[in-house]
Ligand binder design. Structure first.
Ligand SMILES: [Zn+2]
Length: 583
């Protein structure tokens, strides 16, 4: 009796508690962004306030704190497989990969809340589930300062670009050196989002636009998805942003110093997030707000773009679902895979651009002529836009790759992406296509913790290879086909070879003592007149070689059985015709 009375009294006086879901940005002066702790704290309250929201600590990051995923699902279904079965679209929003560019962190909190509280907006979530990474680069967000975004107009303080290991996480999607990236792969492969959005702030030229956009480069997308994205989705986003008073332009990747001479579409190889997500036919966007606009305007423009994004996904939900299903089917049977791209400078179109006149005046630092943009001279004109790329190298997919288990960092990464791997059940010798690396370039200084290779040249040999029980066979009949080709073909821009995963094959392990090998070399040449002839011809053709006794001795060595056959042999082999393997 007493208890009941007390309870009803409490209910009358307190009423249902209405949580304060104003965000730190809204409570501040408009030029302040939430700290990492504030953001997580806010999402915890948001999670507690709504059954339609669930925040999950998904996995570790380099900063020793978990990466959270916030799921907003109006029918309270938080199971990705079940959501896909219901034919709902999933939008993944990622913020704070560069925590100095934090608009998305603040805009997404307000957006997620408004979509639950506003009836009209909420209706759009009938067929769209939002999944949100509140702050991706946690280590960078904790390293807060007010200066490292040198040319940016606010907020008052913000995080740093490098993560806890000083990695730029937007170069880490293939090599996955960071735990952040490992956790991202888990999220991405488990949720398989239809659309991905990663919010940023630009550097570079000055102009009137607040919002610029990098969509996944269309030549690199599956053609069905490219047709939908360029034909329908992008026009809807551009029109919506125009209506919202934030006319957009493509990201200002200028051809010359200023935008006047045209801009170039951004070609993102898979080390970048949208370059990676497109390998799985996820439509990817990187919005870049303009650094010189006030922070509150940039937050608002980011909010509006996400709003237009959700509205478009809601409207085109079935079409996006069908386009992705078709794209995934096409990926399964695709035979030729491009591995590198170059700009086609012969194809150019015109786009409207709201700029400021670029002018020059003497520098007060050096006295030399320096560029400035005159805000008193705004203009509206058409500028050139180059956005057609052509493949530079294309490869025929094999039936399967065989990856020796010794390369376990590679195997770990294939497993992380849920690539289906089979293992040989006994030691086996198989004749199959193998690559020798004949040439490559390497950057002279470390780039993102690696000495990145490029311009790889190959020689293919069909030869017997010995594999051990437990070595891995990767069949190219999977949804992961494109990912597998891009990481295992050495000539692909962001191959594991280029990221140094196979560098130990580039070093010769055994040599010879010249004075002893002289006699053996003489014997070899005696036994092999063809090699002798080759040597003489090379001497005639190459004056340097003719004068270099060591080089000539080495030539004989490299053509003798003493030279190790594994030097420069790429360990991953290509099975070009299906055959029975002990699996
Ligand atoms: Zn950025």
């Amino acid at each position: 009796m007493f208890t009941t009375l007390l309870l009803s009294a409490l209910l009358v006086t307190a009423g249902p508690a209405k949580p304060d879901l104003k965000t730190p940005f809204e409570k501040g002066n408009g030029n302040q962004t939430a700290t990492y702790a504030e953001a997580i704290d806010w999402y915890q309250k948001f999670d507690a306030a709504y059954d339609e929201v669930k925040m999950v600590p998904y996995g570790m990051t380099d900063a020793g704190r978990p990466l959270h995923l916030v799921i907003v699902s109006t029918d309270k279904d938080f199971d990705p497989a079940s959501i896909h079965r219901k034919n709902k679209r999933i939008l993944l929003i990622q913020n704070g990969i560069h925590p100095g560019e934090p608009e998305g962190i603040d805009a997404t909190m307000m957006l997620a809340r408004d979509y639950l509280q506003n009836k009209k907006l909420r209706k759009q979530l009938d067929n769209v589930v939002l999944i949100i990474i509140p702050v991706y680069n946690i280590g960078g967000a904790l390293n807060r300062n007010s200066h490292t975004r040198t040319n940016q107009n606010g907020p008052e303080s913000y995080g740093f670009r490098g993560n806890a290991r000083n990695l730029d996480l937007n170069r880490d999607y293939i090599k996955t050196d960071s735990r952040n990236a490992q956790t991202f792969h888990d999220i991405f492969r488990e949720w398989n989002p239809d659309v991905f959005m990663d919010n940023h702030t630009s550097n570079g030229a000055d102009y009137q636009h607040v919002m610029t956009l990098i969509p996944t480069q269309h030549n690199k997308m599956n053609p069905t998805l490219a047709t939908y994205t360029t034909g329908k989705m992008l026009p809807a986003l551009y029109e919506g942003m125009k209506q919202d008073k934030y006319p957009m332009v493509p990201y200002m990747n200028t051809k010359d110093e200023t935008p006047d001479n045209g801009i170039i579409g951004f070609m993102e190889s898979p080390r970048y997030d949208t370059g990676y997500t497109t390998l799985y036919n996820t439509i990817g966007f990187v919005p870049e707000t303009h650094m010189l606009k006030p922070f509150n305007q940039r937050v608002d423009a980011t909010y509006k773009l996400m709003e237009n994004m959700i509205e478009t996904i809601h409207r085109d939900a079935d079409e996006i679902g069908e386009a992705r299903a078709k794209a995934n089917q096409q990926t399964l049977v695709q035979q030729q895979f491009p591995l590198g791209w170059k700009l086609d400078t012969t194809q150019v179109k015109q786009i409207p651009f709201l700029g400021y006149e670029a002018k020059y005046k003497p520098s007060e630092v050096s006295g030399a002529e320096r560029l400035y943009y005159d805000r008193k001279s705004p203009y509206s004109k058409m500028i050139d836009y180059y956005d057609e790329f052509v493949p530079t190298v294309t490869v025929q997919k094999p039936v399967a790759y065989i990856v020796p288990q010794a390369w376990h960092e590679v195997i770990d990464r294939l497993k992380q992406d849920k690539v289906e791997l089979k293992q040989l059940t006994k030691d086996t010798t198989i004749a199959l296509d193998s690559y020798y690396i004949t040439d490559y370039k390497t950057v002279p200084r470390a780039y993102e913790g690696h000495y990145l290779h490029s311009d790889v040249q190959l020689r293919t040999e069909h030869m017997p290879r010995h594999f051990f029980k437990g070595d891995y066979v990767v069949y190219l009949n999977q949804p992961t086909n494109r990912f597998v080709v891009e990481v295992l073909e050495p000539q692909a821009t962001d191959s594991y070879f280029n990221w140094n995963f196979f560098d130990s094959i580039l070093m010769q392990k055994e040599y010879y003592s010249s004075y002893v090998f002289e006699d053996l070399a003489a014997e070899i040449l005696k036994q092999n007149p063809a090699l002798r002839k080759q040597l003489e011809e090379k001497k005639k053709a190459d004056a340097g070689f003719a004068k270099d006794p060591r080089a000539q001795l080495d030539f004989v060595y490299r053509h003798s059985p003493h030279y190790e056959p594994t030097h420069m042999l790429y360990p991953v082999a290509r099975l070009m015709q299906d055959m029975e393997l002990p699996l």
